[in-house]
Every structure is written in C-alpha cells, then in structure tokens.
Design a protein around this ligand. Structure first.
Ligand SMILES: Cc1cc2nc3c(=O)[nH]c(=O)nc-3n(C[C@H](O)[C@H](O)[C@H](O)COP(=O)(O)OP(=O)(O)OC[C@H]3O[C@@H](n4cnc5c(N)ncnc54)[C@H](O)[C@@H]3O)c2cc1C
Length: 377
C-alpha cells in the first residue's frame, strides 16, 4: 500500500467512463488507485448514450448500478432505411439509455465510494521511470493506465501511437424533449450517414448523427431522414448540438512496460456499433486481472478477444454506409430472413455464437443478395 499521497499502485489518466471503470476494477482487485482528469464531473461528451445489455452486465460486475429513474430501458434495435424496416429484440435483458453527464456523475460517485482517489482538473503532462506528471506534480506508481480518450497523450508518451488501421467519421449529438415513441434504439440510414435515437428518460431522446461529412449542420442533416424528422416535428431541442469524432482505429499494441491503454485511448470501433462503453467496461476487468497476475500480455490477449466481434460488426455496418444500392439489397435480404437479423443482434450483444447463425442461413442470405443483385441489373 502507498505511504505517501504522491504514490499509488495504479494511476489512471483520464476519468471518463473507461478510466473510472478501470479504477473500479483495480480497486475491487485490491489495489490502491488514483484517477486524474483535466476536467471535473459531470463530464459531458457527444455520445449516442445507449449502453447495450452486455455493457450493463459488465458495469454491474464493477459494482455500478445506475439509477434507472434518470434513464430509459430499450428492448432491441430497429433499422430504418426509407420504407425498409428491420428489428429485433435483445434475447437476454435490455439496454439502458442514459445521458452522458448522468452516467459520468454516477460512475464518479461509485468510484469515490469504493475508495478511489479522484483528482479532477489535473492534466497529464508527462511520464518517465514509473512516474507520472500531473500539472508538474510527480506521482510514483506501479501501473499507469492511459484512459485519456481519442487523442491520448499517454499513448504518445508510451510510444504506443503506431496505428495498424484507421478510419475517421464525424459525430454529433442533440437531445430533444419529447416522450420516446419507441422502446427500441432506432438507427435511421441515409445517403449522408446514420442518425440513431436512444430514449434517455420518460421525456427525452438523444439523437446522434454519424457521417463521413464534416460539420454538416444538425438540422440540415435531419432533412435526409424524413421518417425521423416527422417523429421529431413537435420535439423541442435541448441545448446546442455537441460534436466529436468517431474512429475505427486499431493500434499495433495496447501496452508497453508498466503502461496499458483502455477505452478510446486503446483504439476504437465506429460509434454506429453502440458498443464503445460496453467494450471499455469489459476491458477494465481484463486489465485488473492482468495487474493481479503481474502480466500485461494477458490484457493484450483479452483485449483482442473483446474487440474481435465489435470490429467485425463495425465493418459490416460501414459496408452499408454510402452504398445505397447495396444497402437496399442487404435490407431486402434481411427482411426476407428476419431470424438472421435477430441472431446477428444476439451475437453483437454477447448472447449468441457465430455457429448459431449457421451455414444454411448464411448461404441462403448470400443467395438472396446475389439473386436480388441479378434482378436489379
Ligand atoms: C457520436 C458518438 C456516438 C456514440 N454513441 C455511443 C453509444 O450509443 N453507445 C456506446 O456504448 N458508445 C458510444 N460512443 C462511444 C463512446 O462515447 C466511447 O466509447 C466512450 O466515450 C469512451 O470513453 P473513454 O473514457 O475511453 O473516453 P472519453 O469519454 O473521451 O474520456 C477521456 C477522458 O480523459 C480526459 N483527458 C483527456 N486528456 C487528458 C489529459 N491530458 N490529462 C488528464 N485527463 C485527460 C478527458 O477529460 C476525458 O474525461 C459514441 C461515440 C460518439 C463519438
């Protein structure tokens, strides 16, 4: 145990959802933990604000139970592409729509209750020889966790910024005051990107726009989504829209020496998967296990496993973005075989296996895509 306030076993740089999850997991594993963030709670960020069922389970394993009176459950996912509609319920449990500030406040309180030392308004300025500099003050630690988001400075300082693969899109979020019209997360597709709607309370929804086009005004973009625009006709926007980039980024390594990266600092999948938070919560437990065994290579192995399916799903969904003819055919094929969409959602949220989809289903889906392509020519 540390003897001095400037010493700790685990120092987490970045107190967003990933950093707080890492701190909670490390604390539960018996370590002395400090979290430092250059902002202070509740920290906001552009996000679709949906936590998938597997993410909620992972959060509960960290001892966090969110106050459901400030959130809304959703039961499945609905894709809307013009007049085409696909939907499936989660086979096991529900997801939770929760505003980012509410999530952050509750996670920060849980970390504080668990005994994590929280240093807000403290900026990471450098590190060397097992020591971290926070606004010039030196902290000695056994493990350093980089949880400082997309533009991680810890990643750069640790020499982990070498990227295997990267694709960036632009995201924007807008809250609307309106009674949610559905208990599904709706993903609306168009030629200028996707908009998805998450209920975040009895009287509010969060709408996130994700597009390859930079800084398209939110209202202007909404015109490309007529079904959604009609649902939001009487809704009152709450505050200005908030933007962020979303990256499909694969690093060559997520650890070096005593430094490990987590959350968006460690790489990410496109926001359209809705899995960013769930992945971070699962990474947190894997990282704490690696501290226990004193071997960060076990974290790297677990990290690859956690990321495998979300990466595959992201590629699949990005293949539908910006290719309307292919998207129409894929939607048509999936409408003809709704069980495949249900099984894909089960796999996506960790309750199904690839073998469940089965060769027969895959072949018949592929055949349908092929024959509808021939018919289209
Ligand atoms: C438009 C959009 C929609 C999304 N929708 C969803 C969704 O519906 N569901 C979902 O699960 N995921 C979604 N995501 C992804 C999700 O937002 C991320 O996975 C999540 O925010 C990652 O958390 P993080 O803690 O890694 O990073 P962040 O939330 O960015 O936290 C990083 C923290 O590090 C701090 N920091 C940065 N630099 C320093 C420094 N030098 N010193 C100290 N502190 C520092 C910051 O203040 C911040 O608090 C979406 C993302 C976008 C962009």
């Amino acid at each position: 145990m540390s003897q001095h306030s400037s010493e700790t076993e685990v120092l987490v740089v970045g107190g967003g959802p990933a950093g707080l999850a890492a701190a909670l997991a490390a604390k539960r594993a018996g370590f002395d933990v400090i979290v430092a963030d250059c902002n202070h709670p509740p920290i906001d960020k552009a996000c679709g604000e949906g936590i998938m069922p597997d993410g909620l389970r992972a959060l509960q394993q960290l001892g966090v139970r969110l106050d459901e009176s400030q959130a809304a459950h959703f039961q499945g996912i609905r894709f809307i592409n013009g007049s085409q509609l696909l939907e499936a319920r989660f086979p096991d449990g529900s997801g939770l729509g929760v505003r980012r500030k509410v999530l952050h406040q509750q996670m920060a309180e849980a970390a504080s209750r668990a005994g994590v030392r929280l240093l807000w308004n403290r900026r990471f300025t450098g590190m060397a020889n097992g020591c971290v500099q926070l606004d010039g003050e030196t902290f000695r630690c056994r493990w350093i966790v980089g949880a400082d988001g997309q533009n991680s400075r810890v990643r750069r300082a640790a020499g982990l910024h070498s990227v295997g693969k990267e694709k960036v899109r632009f995201g924007m979020r807008q809250h609307y005051r309106i009674r949610p019209w559905s208990d599904f997360v709706e993903v609306h597709w168009s030629d200028c990107g996707e908009m998805y709607v998450t209920p975040v309370g009895n009287d509010a929804v969060c709408v996130a726009l994700i597009s390859a086009r930079k800084s398209a005004p939110f209202d202007e973009s909404l015109r490309h989504f007529p079904v959604l625009a009609s649902n939001l006709r009487d809704a009152v926007p709450e505050g200005p829209p908030r933007g962020a980039i979303t990256a499909s980024r694969r690093l060559n390594s997520v650890h070096s020496g005593s430094v490990a990266l987590i959350g968006e600092a460690a790489g990410s999948v496109d926001a359209i998967t809705g899995e960013g938070l769930a992945m971070a919560f699962r990474q947190a437990t894997a990282l704490a296990n690696a501290f226990v065994t004193n071997d960060l290579s076990t974290y790297a192995t677990a990290y690859r496993k956690i990321m495998r399916l979300p990466r595959a799903m992201a590629e699949l969904m990005l293949a539908l973005d910006g290719r309307p003819a292919f998207r129409n055919r894929a939607f048509g094929a999936l409408q003809a075989r709704p069980a495949i969409f249900e099984q894909m959602l089960a796999i996506h949220t960790g309750t199904g296996s690839l073998t469940q989809v089965g060769l027969g289903n895959t072949l018949s889906f592929g055949w349908h895509l092929l024959t509808s392509e021939r018919a289209a020519k």
